[in-house]
Design a protein around this ligand. Structure first.
Ligand code: PRP
Ligand code: URA
Length: 206
C-alpha cells in the first residue's frame, strides 16, 4: 500500500530538489524539510496516551506519544532524513541499516546493521529518499523483521512503480509514503526523471 503525498508545500520543495541547479546545502535542507511533511502524513495514527497538563490557569486534557518509536535510515542517503525524523520524534531511538547497490546489477549489498532492541509495541520509521528497484528497501525491511520489528512504515521522497510493486509483493504489511512516483528506471537502474544520485547530491560527492 502506498500514499502519494501531494501537499503543495511538499511538491514545491520536490521541484527544487529535483533541479540540477540545486547545490548541496539547499539539497540537504530540502530533504530535511520534506521528511517533516512526509512524517506528519505517515504518522497520523501513532498511538497516544491521555495526559492531564497543568497550565498557568487550570488543567487541560492532552495526549502524549505512547509506544516505542525507532527511526532507521538506510545508509547513506537515508542519513539526510535522520535529523528531521528525530526533530519531530525526540524520544525515538535510532538504528542504521547500511546497504549499497551493486553498480552493475543493482542488487543490494548489505554492509552494516545496528538496531536497538525490538519491543512488542515498537514502530519503525524506515527512511530512504529513493525507491528504484526496491531491492534496498526490501532488504532493509527483511532485516528489521528478522530482528523482531513487526510494525514498519517507509518514508520515501521519489519512488517508481517497480519498487512500489516489489514492496507490495514482498512486504504488503509495510505502508510507503512518498512525494513522487516517477515512470521508469534507466538502463543503470536510476529513476527517470528522478533527481540523480541522492547520496552523491547529499554528501557532495558528485
Ligand atoms: C540508493 C538509494 C537507495 C537505493 C535505491 O542508494 O539511497 O538506498 O539506491 O535503489 P534500489 O531501490 O534499486 O535498491 P545507493 O546504493 O546508491 O547507496 P548510497 O546511498 O550509499 O549512495
Ligand atoms: N539511487 C539513487 O540515488 N537514485 C536513483 O535514481 C536510484 C537509486
Amino acid at each position: 500500500m502506498h500514499t502519494l503525498v501531494e501537499h503543495p508545500l511538499l511538491q514545491h520543495r520536490l521541484a527544487l530538489l529535483r533541479s540540477a541547479d540545486t547545490g548541496t546545502k539547499l539539497f540537504r535542507q530540502l530533504v530535511r524539510e520534506m521528511t517533516h511533511f512526509l512524517a506528519f502524513e505517515a504518522l497520523r495514527d501513532l498511538p497516544t496516551r491521555p495526559v492531564v497538563v497543568r497550565t498557568p490557569l487550570g488543567e487541560a486534557a492532552g495526549a502524549k506519544l505512547a509506544g516505542h518509536l525507532v527511526v532507521a535510515p538506510i545508509l547513506r542517503a537515508g542519513l539526510g532524513m535522520l535529523d528531521a525524523m528525530l526533530e519531530i520524534l525526540p524520544l525515538a531511538t535510532a538504528g542504521v541499516i547500511g546497504i549499497r547497490r551493486n553498480e552493475e546489477t543493482a542488487e543490494p549489498m548489505p554492509y552494516y546493521l545496528n538496531l536497538p532492541k525490538a519491543h512488542p509495541d515498537s514502530i519503525v520509521v524506515l527512511a530512504d529518499p529513493m525507491l528504484a528497484t526496491g531491492g534496498s528497501a526490501c532488504d532493509a525491511i527483511a532485516a528489521l523483521k528478522a530482528n523482531g520489528f513487526k510494525r514498519i512504515v517507509f518514508l520515501n521522497l521519489i519512488a517508481c512503480p517497480d519498487g512500489l510493486a516489489r514492496i507490495d509483493r514482498e512486504h504488503p504489511d509495510v505502508p510507503v509514503y512518498t512525494a513522487a512516483i516517477d515512470p521508469v528506471l534507466d538502463d543503470r537502474h536510476y529513476i527517470v526523471p528522478g533527481l540523480g544520485d541522492a547520496g552523491d547530491r547529499l554528501f557532495g560527492t558528485l
